[in-house]
Design a protein around this ligand. Sequence first.
Ligand SMILES: Nc1ncnc2c1ncn2[C@@H]1O[C@H](COP(=O)(O)OP(=O)(O)O)[C@@H](O)[C@H]1O
Ligand SMILES: [Mg+2]
Length: 399
Amino acid sequence: MPTILCLASYFKGGLFLEECKRLGCHTILVTTQKLEHEAWPRHAIDEFFMLPAPNLARQPDITHAIAYLMRERAIDRIVALDDYDVETAGDLREHFRLPGLGASASRFFRDKLAMRIRAQEMSVPVPAFTSVFHYPTVSDYLARTAGPWLLKPRSEASAMGIKKIHHPDELWRALEELGDRQSYFLLEQFVAGDVFHVDSVVWDGAVVFAAAHRYGLPPMTVYHGGGVFASSTVARGSEIEASLLAINRQVIAAMGLWRGVTHAEFIRSDADEQLNFLEIAARVGGAGIDQLVEHASNVNPWVEWARLTVADVRGEAYALPPLRHDYAGLIVSLARQEWPDTSAYNDAELVWRLQKRHHVGFIVASSDYERVQGLVSNYAGRVAYDFSASAPPLERPPA
Ligand SMILES: Nc1ncnc2c1ncn2[C@@H]1O[C@H](COP(=O)(O)OP(=O)(O)O)[C@@H](O)[C@H]1O
Ligand SMILES: [Mg+2]
């Protein structure tokens, strides 16, 4: 029986655990004490462990904890359910000689400087960037490229800690303030344009499934308190879809993922229409994106990730479920009401409602692209008026 150990520094991935259990695995969840009372699918979790730390990254604590479990359990795979666990899982796989992304490989899916350098080496277009190690190189970069620039943490999520820099003086001041933390940042050109995400399933190095969606507003605008989070399927068979799927394949090949799921983001420059690679994660997209993909394509990335992980352990073949080629739109916002009343939202295309304190969220789906576009913009406007809280920057993506 495959034994799958999941790390979760955040409450997510219930569908992954449920599918592993359904497929006959022994499932182990390692999370933090603070998440003890979340709605984990307890029926699908054979063993539930908690660490006292705020996250699971602390060494050597996590290595000692997993080593202790391994004395009595033959663990086949370690899976990082949350972004914050990706590098920890890489270190643990390396230490315990388990298959999957090791320490160095997992950096390509977490460290924005590592993925930028790798993408550029493989001729994938990226916003002009530099590391912040060697000051003459940084000066030279500032002289060579036009601002504004973004000073970005290499390993944070949800636009946390991203600072827009308009003048070189601002950068030097920001670096001084960061002090010893500055090497954990990168500097890149701000590219104005639409932001897209492509969510994939990868088996034997091939992208066997990929779905392209466009964010309503760039996530940075939303996370910095500027609006409702929205995303919708791009027109199937369109030029932009073909370009997104092509650059997504190029990126996945460059990062060298063999089997797994990915969530990648791209920005299309308003100036020259060029697609630029923003980031890639070896995990499922957050904020309801798994449901969005499922309603458009009949593929739930959490479920497929579990299926391919189990097939991998068992040495079996993996096949996708039958695909659907519909359109879906996702709308999520913080709500000023504790439990918002969404009964006035009742179109026939509404297929999902988010149930979460101080949140509101919907998915609409249809075979008609224009209908989904219309509903998404209508709902986004109404949600902003009916529910939106004007909130400080989020600590995490909504949902
Ligand atoms: N070079 C860039 N030019 C313009 N906008 C950017 C750029 N990099 C990031 N952003 C904006 O910031 C958001 C978050 O950046 P991203 O690199 O995706 O980090 P994360 O999602 O991990 O916080 C993006 O979705 C986009 O809206
Ligand atoms: Mg992002």
